[in-house]
Design a protein around this ligand. Structure first.
Ligand code: SAH
Ligand code: SF4
Ligand code: F3S
Length: 440
């Protein structure tokens, strides 16, 4: 038998890309590839790319440029671009960087094995279709060795919301939900391989409406089905849109023990004028009332969010409204970005905010968000939380895991193993993590 070929995958962007990279690695496993951690000894390099902001997209070209020498040394090396830049820029990638052999969009990953064969025989191959067939069925997880205790599972993909700044509806396509039985089968398989925590993924995960035995299921109904899977201890989901936050999902946060007290619920901005221009179809007020209802159901829930500053026509007063909203919500974590013009999106055509002004706003917002994050993290000291151990810590005998609230927690002199779930008392709060002690 010939030696296995080596595959190097580099993943950019969101968690869905992480999930997709695993699927692509498995699909190419069938072609005789094993993964390698170094591009230098790879027979195939795949960049799984992100198009969300200009910087993310440009990174791809600079990374590709670096492979020139490698390819000169090793003419058989194949280079592929997958992900959202592949979808958005397609042929343009091969024009700009002739060393690329293969371009594959997110909806065509199941066709990767055939594409790889063509590329091996010297063809340039490109597939950025939105095919009808079920990609996920064809990309079934292959029985693999044991894996880490926390896994992602895509349940919904694509988006029909068309926020005025966002490329996702164009790169991921229309919103599609996977049938519930396939998700449950995948979840059971993950649990057999050692997984204890599953994060359900979707660009609009709470709009999930996959087919069940008796009609479509909501995300909450899917969560209750997963709740019955023995050995699965924790369920999370991301990312949610405020407009799809249904009552049954809020209720699940009150009564489903496996559903973790953490919710990523992006608002983007606090000014109704800007929200309207973003095509978000919620207001600051409706978002705040929603947060109130969620907290009434689950008082200790940690809220996380996404923000864009410097959206076209944002004034200082509009920005102030974002700060006011943040003050009211109190975020446990948050991601904030300077608006980045994306070609082809509606907002790209509008009057842009002065970049220096936008930078200044971003700094002010981040200062506030960092303070809140710190306060909430510090408030964990003295509390008892669940921790799922994921790996050994840097010091001997130390274990590292995630709390119910997704804080990193390390425990010294810890006799527990990877995959164990323990009750831990938080004893101190550091910059990016908490320290805890096992409760015997
Ligand atoms: N599906 C998720 C978000 C996907 S993108 C959702 O609906 O919330 C992740 C975050 O990137 C967005 O929430 C937004 O805050 C940010 N983002 C998207 N497009 C952007 C742009 N053009 N410029 C800056 N930030 C952007
Ligand atoms: Fe993008 Fe808006 Fe869809 Fe989220 S809801 S993926 S921000 S278009
Ligand atoms: Fe980026 Fe595509 Fe995810 S644009 S954020 S990789 S959906």
């Amino acid at each position: 038998m010939s030696a296995p070929k080596k595959l190097f995958i580099k993943t950019y962007g969101c968690q869905m890309n992480v999930y997709d990279s695993e699927r692509m690695s498995e699909a190419l496993g069938g072609q005789g590839y094993v993964e390698t951690k170094s591009a230098d000894d790879a027979d195939m390099i795949l960049l799984n790319t992100c198009h969300i902001r200009e910087k993310a997209a440009e990174k791809v070209y600079s990374e590709l440029g670096r492979f020139k020498k490698l390819k000169a040394k090793k003419p058989d090396l194949k280079i592929g671009v997958a992900g959202c830049v592949a979808q958005a820029e397609g042929q343009e990638i091969m024009r700009r960087q002739p060393l690329v052999d293969l371009v594959v969009g997110p909806q065509s990953y199941h066709r990767l094995p055939e594409m790889e064969e063509k590329a091996r025989s010297g063809e340039k191959v490109l597939d950025t279709d939105f095919p009808e067939e079920d990609k996920f069925e064809k990309l079934k997880r292959r029985p693999m060795a044991k894996r880490g205790p926390a896994a992602f599972l895509t349940v919904q993909e694509g988006c029909d919301k068309f926020c005025a700044f966002c490329v996702v509806p164009y790169t991921r396509g229309a919103e599609v939900s996977r049938p519930a039985d396939r998700i449950l089968t995948e979840a059971r398989d993950l649990v057999e391989r050692g997984v204890r925590e599953i994060t359900l993924l979707g660009q609009n995960v709470n709009a999930y409406h996959g087919a069940g035995a008796n009609g479509d299921l909501t995300l909450a109904q899917l969560i209750w089905e997963l709740d019955k899977v023995d050995g699965l201890e924790r369920i999370r989901f991301t990312t949610s849109h405020p407009n799809d936050m249904m009552d049954d999902l809020i209720e699940a946060h009150a009564s489903c023990k496996k559903l973790m007290p953490y919710l990523h619920l992006p608002v983007q901005a606090g000014s109704d004028k800007i929200l309207k221009r973003m095509n978000r179809s919620h207001t600051a007020e409706s978002y705040l009332r929603l947060i109130e209802r969620i907290r009434a159901a689950r008082p200790d829930i940690l809220i996380s969010g996404d923000f864009i500053v410097g959206f076209p026509e944002e004034t200082e007063a509009d920005f102030q409204a974002t700060l006011d909203l943040v003050e009211e919500v109190k975020y446990g974590t948050a991601y904030s970005f300077k608006y980045s013009t994306r070609p082809g999106t509606p907002a790209a055509e509008r009057p842009q905010v002065d970049p220096a002004e936008a930078d200044d706003r971003l700094q002010r917002l981040q200062a506030l968000l960092t303070r809140q994050q710190r306060e909430i993290q510090d408030s964990m000291v003295g509390r008892e939380v669940g921790v799922l151990f994921e790996k050994p810590g840097r010091q001997a005998g130390q274990m590292l895991g995630k709390s119910d609230y997704l804080h990193a927690v390390h425990v010294a002199d810890c006799d527990r193993e990877i995959g164990d779930l323990a009750r831990v008392r938080i004893v101190s709060s550091r910059t990016n993590s908490l320290a805890g002690e096992l409760i015997e």
